[in-house]
Design a protein around this ligand. Structure first.
Ligand code: DX5
Ligand code: ZN
Length: 217
C-alpha cells in the first residue's frame, strides 16, 4: 500500500448525533470510519451493534471499518455483513473458529481482519494471515479510547511484517490505540498502512490538519 489511510474512531464522536459525526470524518479528510463494537463481555464497555452500523451505512460516504470487541463474534458476523460493514475485524482469541469466520466475511466480499491485543501473540494465528485482507494490531488494550500508546506494539508489527515478507504476503497492517501526531511517526516508520485515531482527531482544534499530520503530510 502506498497511501497511509486514516480511520477516525467514532468512539470519540458525538453519540447523540452519529450522522453528523460520520459526515465530519468525511469532511476532515478521513479515509475510513472506524466503528468500535463492544459487548460488555469481551471488554468491559458496551457501545453499539448492528443497528448502528446499518444506520451509519445509509449516511456515510466512507467505508465502515468495523472492529468487533465481542465474544464469539461468529454468532453475529452475518448480521454485521448485512448491516453494511466494509471492513470487518475480530479478536481471534474471542472466537471458537476464527478461520471459518474469516472465510465467511471474505465470501461476502467484505474485507476480513484479525485483531491482536497487546498480550495476544500472533504466531498461533499466523497461518490464517494468507486468508486475511488486513491485520489490526492493538497499541492499547481494547476497551476504551484515550489510553496511552504501548511501545511494544511496534515490535509486534515488525515481527508480523517479517512473517508476511517471508511468506510473500502483501497485507496491510492497521494500528489502533493511543495514536497521535507523535506516535503516528513511529507507527509509519514501522510500516503501518492504516492508523485508527479517536481522541487525537475528535479532541483536535483542527481535525483536518491533524488527519493530514497523522498521514505524514
Ligand atoms: C479501543 C478502540 C479504539 C479507540 C481508540 O478499544 O478499539 O478504536 O477508539 O481511541 P484512541 O485513539 O483515543 O486511543
Ligand atoms: Zn478500534
Amino acid at each position: 500500500m502506498s497511501k497511509i489511510l486514516i480511520a477516525p474512531s467514532i468512539l470519540s464522536g458525538d453519540f447523540a448525533n452519529m450522522e453528523a459525526t460520520v459526515k465530519k470524518v468525511e469532511e476532515w479528510g478521513g479515509d475510513l470510519v472506524h466503528c468500535d463494537v463492544m459487548d460488555g463481555v469481551f471488554v468491559k464497555n458496551i457501545t453499539f451493534g448492528m443497528p448502528m452500523i446499518a444506520a451509519l451505512k445509509k449516511v456515510s460516504g466512507l467505508p465502515l471499518d468495523v472492529h468487533l470487541m465481542i465474544t464469539e463474534p461468529e454468532r453475529y458476523i452475518d448480521e454485521f455483513i448485512a448491516a453494511g460493514s466494509d471492513w470487518l475485524s475480530f479478536h481471534p482469541n474471542a472466537s471458537k473458529d476464527p478461520l471459518s469466520a474469516i472465510r465467511k466475511i471474505r465470501e461476502a466480499g467484505v474485507k476480513a481482519g484479525l485483531v491482536f491485543n497487546p498480550d495476544i501473540p500472533f504466531q498461533p494465528y499466523a497461518h490464517m494471515f494468507k486468508e486475511c485482507d488486513f491485520i489490526l494490531v492493538m497499541s492499547v488494550f481494547a476497551g476504551r479510547g484515550g489510553q496511552k500508546f504501548i511501545e511494544s506494539s511496534l515490535q509486534k508489527i515488525s515481527e508480523i511484517k517479517a512473517y508476511l515478507r517471508e511468506n510473500n504476503l502483501d497485507i496491510p497492517i492497521e494500528i489502533d490505540g493511543g495514536i497521535n501526531e507523535q506516535t503516528a511517526i513511529c507507527a509509519r516508520e514501522a510500516g503501518v498502512d492504516i492508523l485508527v485515531a479517536g481522541s487525537a482527531v475528535f479532541g483536535s482544534q483542527d481535525p483536518a490538519k491533524t488527519i493530514k499530520a497523522l498521514r505524514g503530510e
